[in-house]
Design a protein around this ligand. Sequence first.
Ligand SMILES: [Zn+2]
Length: 204
Amino acid sequence: MDSYRKLLAANKEWVQGKLAQREDFFEQLAEGQQPEFLWIGCSDSRVPAEDLTGCQPGELFVHRNIGNLVPESDVNALSVLQFAVEHLKVKHVIVCGHYRCGGVMHGMKHGDLGLLDAWLANIRTIFEEHAAELAGPLTEIERWDRMVEINVRRQVRNVAASAIVHKAWREERRPLIHGWVCDLKTGYLKELETRGPEQIRAEV
Ligand SMILES: [Zn+2]
């Protein structure tokens, strides 16, 4: 069987499973969405947002790209953030990175990946800013893991510094911004930090 056909076959089974649980599952889904969470994660195939968190369709609004980045100038990521915060009115924005992230690894090197290098320059800049901290007596894996965490924290900061989030914090006291990392070797998510509306007072 062509490998892609197994996806279509699995879809049929998934539909039947959902209908067996609730007859009107898809009718309800088609009515609209009110997700409580925006998930900003890496495109890596090993970190599927819904599977990691046990979420069902309708529960997570998702944006994924290489390295789970939210650059200040990225219209794509910021459009997703704006729609989630202003229209869906999500209560939580979760930036989730993962150890052994290939995007982060390549961002730590001067590579020759063509167009991708322009995207990874976002990571390279953060890496260079933290060069002193990362130059300590660390193994390559430890340095890589540390950089994954530094990157998540920076993306949390970018989300928290956006005009979109500041407006929502001022007017509606939401959302909370979370920084998480998935450990591929155990499957567990680790919480790094949370930022909320009290941040506004701290920054003024
Ligand atoms: Zn990754």
